[in-house]
Design a protein. Structure first.
Lengths: 611, 383
């Protein structure tokens, strides 16, 4: 056990590309965690998707031993927190396990919106924040300006020498200033507090499934001691387990005799599903345990839903198995079986946010080699139903347009809203404001800092779930950053819009829209489908309808001519190959009222075009 | 069992810009070596096919009218001695209508050729130039007259639906063609095939192919015109006075056995698909090594044979006897084509179904490739 005064628990806050992973790697290296040879680039991001997107999905932690200039050896626990708003709750649990944070800011680019959101969260947890201005060796670096910007925007001291409270100047890439960062950590971040003799209280920071160890649980011990052989109880989950291993990551997995108060480490307890080890739970002993759990626990709450169907109906079992396996490792998404008239059997899945949806989708196709059709993402609507002869008035939550009730029974509908914070170079502000306005946004704040603008909008979540982020990135050439938090439900005049192809409703394309934008959306979808559906032997009307009322219509003309002029003995093989190709293509299509719709059309139809 | 023999002659004097056939421009070829090679290839085929007499032979190319008549003669002699000839055997040779080639017609007739198919392609001088043909319109007419003098049956090809071609211009040309008195005409719509010079031209914007609607209208009107002239279409692009259809080509469309020899020739015989080496030099060295020019020989699964039979058979005006055809390959009609699709296609008036046969309607023929795909692709995969 390490003396509390020699422990420092901290996280790193940084915008994507500002050098968080590189700095983390340097810190590990400087403390002898890994030799140069063992350092694969960016040790902390484990998953391919994390590496590719430069985001962290699962919390990781590394314990480092650092002998400071005062001659003492410190235990530094670096907590790498998830870097996306979809995982805000997971972030908050990780932050709660720390006493401080390094705020890494690119010396050329300055403070970004996403960074700010995380800084504020960190401040809420009473963290001591040590600013680090990174990449100071870049030609475009302006450390003084950025230091002033940090003071102005974030409101913490950043100018002046680091020993007097200013920002540490560093270049993680070259290793410059890395020792200063470590010294600043030790000097400025307060040690944790805790009582070794009190009943055990450990916060469950994160959990994941390891094929060899079963579920691995990342913990921060508040009071008491966690040891192998201990019978523990999860206070929220209500289950009991025998701890069979305790340890930490340096970053290599290392077994320990115990984890004492103030320390961060991992345990395993022969748990098979992450669902049993929920983030935010409190771990205590079965005998003589704590009587109250730690505050702040929340059940994971999916906010975005969509249908996942195998392109090849024969893959349904494989999809079921794969989703089950993924769920072992990520308890934050939900799923239940769903059947669609044309898509066959699939699943309705709920996610923490859009990125989470994309990650699950990508992991299914990448790790499990599945071809999927994803239906229009939907949010959860709260529908107030009036009284009928047989039933009392009631309130229901709907996350699938297919379950939309009879309009005559609907008294009112509420939809989730978010507060979005967008940070952008001001030259892109015009189109961004228009985008927000088009999506029913209500502006609440607009401030200019230097050449940048920060704008805050309240937006209905259902206007954001399709392609808001893509559009934002495209109209700002990738410069705008976007961050959001949920701000509750508001009443809205929402209707269900059906898309009919050859007079047949296509359930996978139904969506809930606000009445004021229904016609425009309907027209857009019909126009896109006209281009996405190949011509058939007959003409195909495509209609958008609300109830029985057609609000938009396009027609795909019938194919006129498709015949090979010359086909003799030597051409049979070639014709046959063409047929085989058509067969393969057919497997990727779905039939609605005699019309074959290519798989790509489902998602593409939902993208609101480049106006 | 009837058997047809296809002989491919790969050489041309020049490559036409629309042609994607296996043709090669060579200054010279060794006639004797080719005679030896092709006869050897023929002997291989006779050793693996039934010993029924041949019902037809077809010299295709390339430009088989460039073959020395003695070579043609020696090949026919060999074929007759290997298989024997059925009574009324049809022996066709494709010919270019130049004066040089017309000079050989008498000798070719003497060698045993009784039908020629002339690649006239157009009666318009400008069009012949566009199509990269070596002959002039007058030269073609002269060659045709000589051919009609020497051969029992003469057919010629025209290419229409050319860029910018109006209906009036085409029907004027077609009427002049009909007046030439042949009992068989092959009328092909110009299609741009991948890998041809025309494909490059179109990509570069040198010309724009005729639009789909106009081409569709021309196709329908041409079939109408030919029916009225007494030479109705018996296949997508082939028109004949009844009884004057190409027996050899009917073998393909009715999916009966044919042996194919010579560079790049395909064959279907005894449930196997054969392909010869395409490049003339490779073909000859294969002959030297193996005694035959086969590059690939594959046993065709019954279902594949049945599907090929459907896609070829529906090109014919007579269509197919679905039950009999499926039965030929040990299948039932419902496992071969989708009954539901067939019903829809009949409803859409693209296919006509009687108790015995199914066939494309006039409007269906324009969409043949798609119709075939609908029928076969929608079928249950049971075999």
């Amino acid at each position: 056990m390490t003396d509390l005064s020699k422990i420092r628990n901290f996280s790193i806050i940084a915008h994507i590309d500002h050098g968080k992973s590189t700095l983390a790697d340097r810190l590990i290296q400087a403390c002898g965690g890994l030799t140069e040879r063992e350092m694969s680039e960016q040790v902390l991001d484990n998953m391919d998707i994390e590496k590719e997107r430069g985001i962290t999905i699962k919390a990781q932690t590394v314990r480092l031993s650092y002998t400071a200039k005062d001659g003492e050896t410190y235990e530094l626990n670096l907590m790498d927190t998830p870097g996306h708003v979809d995982f805000a709750y997971e972030v908050s649990r990780s932050l709660a396990a720390c006493e401080g944070a390094l705020l890494v800011v690119d010396a050329a680019q300055g403070v970004e919106a996403q960074t700010l959101a995380n800084v504020y969260q960190s401040i809420e947890h009473d963290h001591e924040i040590v600013p680090v201005i990174n990449k100071i060796d870049l030609p475009a670096a302006e450390p003084e300006r950025v230091a002033e910007e940090i003071e102005e925007i974030v409101g913490i001291q950043a100018t002046g020498p680091w020993a007097e409270g200013g920002a540490v100047l560093a270049s993680a890439k070259s290793g410059l200033g890395v020792e200063d960062v470590l010294e600043a950590l030790v000097a400025r971040i307060p040690p944790p507090q805790g009582d070794r003799d009190a009943p055990l209280k450990a916060s469950l920071v994160d959990s994941w499934y390891d094929p060899y160890l079963g579920v691995v649980i990342l913990v921060r011990v508040i009071d008491g001691v966690l040891k192998k052989g201990l019978n523990v109880r999860f206070m929220q989950g209500g289950t009991q387990h025998l701890v069979d291993r305790v340890g930490c990551f340096r970053p290599k997995r290392t077994d320990l005799a115990e984890i004492g108060p103030g320390e961060i480490g991992f345990i395993t307890a022969q748990i098979k599903e992450v669902d049993q080890a929920r983030v935010g739970d409190t771990i205590t002993t079965v005998k003589g345990g704590a009587d109250k759990p730690l505050p702040g626990y929340r059940e994971p709450q999916p906010v975005v839903f969509c249908g996942l169907f195998p392109v090849d109906a024969a893959d349904f079992e494989k999809l079921r198995e794969s989703i089950g396996k993924l769920r072992l490792n990520d308890a934050s998404f939900t799923y239940e079986m769903e059947s669609s008239a044309a898509l066959g059997f699939g699943f309705r899945a709920g996610f923490l946010g859009l990125l989470h949806l994309e990650i699950i989708q990508e992991r299914l196709s990448r790790e499990y080699d599945l071809d999927l059709i994803t239906t229009a993402p939907s949010v959860v609507y709260r529908v107030h139903l009036g009284k009928t002869k047989n039933e009392d008035a009631k309130v229901i939550d709907i996350h699938n347009p297919a379950d939309w009730p009879d309009v005559n029974r609907i008294d009112a509908i509420e939809e989730p809203w978010i507060k979005a914070t967008i940070y952008t170079p001001d030259e892109y502000l015009g189109p961004i404001l228009k985008l927000c306005q088009d999506r029913r946004g209500v502006q609440t704040n607009l401030t200019y800092v230097g050449g940048r603008a920060q704008v805050t909008y309240e937006l209905p979540l259902n206007e954001v779930v399709f392609d808001f982020y893509d559009r934002l990135k495209s109209i700002s050439r990738g410069y705008a950053s976007f961050d959001y938090e949920q701000i509750g439900l508001r009443e809205g005049d929402l209707v269900k819009m059906n898309i009919l192809v050859n007079a047949e409703p296509v359930d996978a394309l139904s969506l809930i829209v606000h009445r004021t934008v229904a016609e425009e959306r309907g027209r857009g979808m019909c126009e896109r489908l006209k281009d996405l559906i190949p011509r058939h032997l007959f003409k195909i009307p495509i209609q958008a309808a609300i109830g029985g009322k057609i609000i938009a219509r396009e027609t795909i003309a019938a194919l006129r001519k498709d015949v090979t002029a010359k086909c003799y003995g030597g051409d049979i093989t070639r014709k046959k190959k063409l047929l085989e190709k058509q067969k393969k293509g057919k497997a990727r299509m779905r039939e609605y009222g005699n019309v074959s719709i290519p798989q790509e059309a489902f998602i593409a139809a939902l993208r609101m075009g480049e106006e | 069992m009837a058997l047809a023999l296809y002989i491919h002659w790969p050489f041309c004097r020049s490559k036409c810009p629309y042609c994607d056939f296996n043709s090669h421009v060579r200054e010279n070829f060794d006639s004797k070596q080719w005679g030896v090679g092709l006869r050897s290839d023929m002997r291989h085929e006779s050793s693996v096919t039934c010993d029924e007499p041949l019902t037809s032979i077809f010299f295709g190319g390339g430009t088989p009218s460039l073959m020395p008549p003695e070579l043609v003669d020696s090949l026919l002699t060999e074929a007759e001695s290997l298989w024997g000839f059925a009574p009324g055997i049809e022996i066709t040779l494709e010919a270019n209508p130049t004066s040089i080639e017309a000079d050989n017609f008498a000798a070719l007739a003497l060698a045993g050729i009784n039908r020629v198919s002339l690649g006239i392609q157009s009666l318009e001088q400008e069009a012949l130039h566009f199509l990269g043909r070596e002959h002039s319109a007058d030269e073609a007419l002269a060659a045709l007259a000589i051919a009609q003098e020497h051969f029992d049956r003469v057919s010629f090809d025209l290419i229409y639906a050319r860029p910018g071609q109006s209906a009036d211009a085409w029907f004027g040309e077609l009427d002049r063609a009909l007046a030439l008195g042949t009992d068989h005409l092959s009328l092909y719509q110009l299609t741009i095939e991948p890998g041809t010079r025309f494909a490059t031209d179109v990509r570069r914007g040198a010309f724009t192919p005729l639009d789909e609607d106009s081409a569709a209208d021309l196709f329908a009107a041409t079939r109408e015109r030919m029916r009225a002239a007494g030479l109705p279409a018996y296949e997508v692009s082939n028109h004949a006075r009844p009884g004057q259809e190409s027996a050899h080509n009917l073998t393909y469309w009715r999916y009966r056995d044919f042996a194919g020899i010579g560079p790049g020739a395909h064959g279907r015989r005894g449930g196997r698909a054969t392909v010869r080496h395409r490049k003339p030099e490779n073909f000859l060295s294969a002959i030297a090594r193996n005694g035959h020019g086969i590059a690939e020989e594959r046993v065709l699964p019954l279902r594949e044979q049945a599907e090929e039979a459907v896609l070829m058979g529906l090109r014919l005006d007579e269509g197919i006897d679905l039950d009999a055809l499926a039965g030929r390959f040990g299948l039932s009609r419902d496992t071969l084509v989708s009954a539901r699709k067939l019903e829809q296609l009949v409803e859409q008036k693209l296919v006509e179904a009687t108790e015995e046969r199914i066939a494309l309607t006039e409007s269906g023929m324009l969409l043949l490739d798609r119709v075939v795909a609908e029928l076969l692709v929608g079928a249950p995969e049971t075999v």
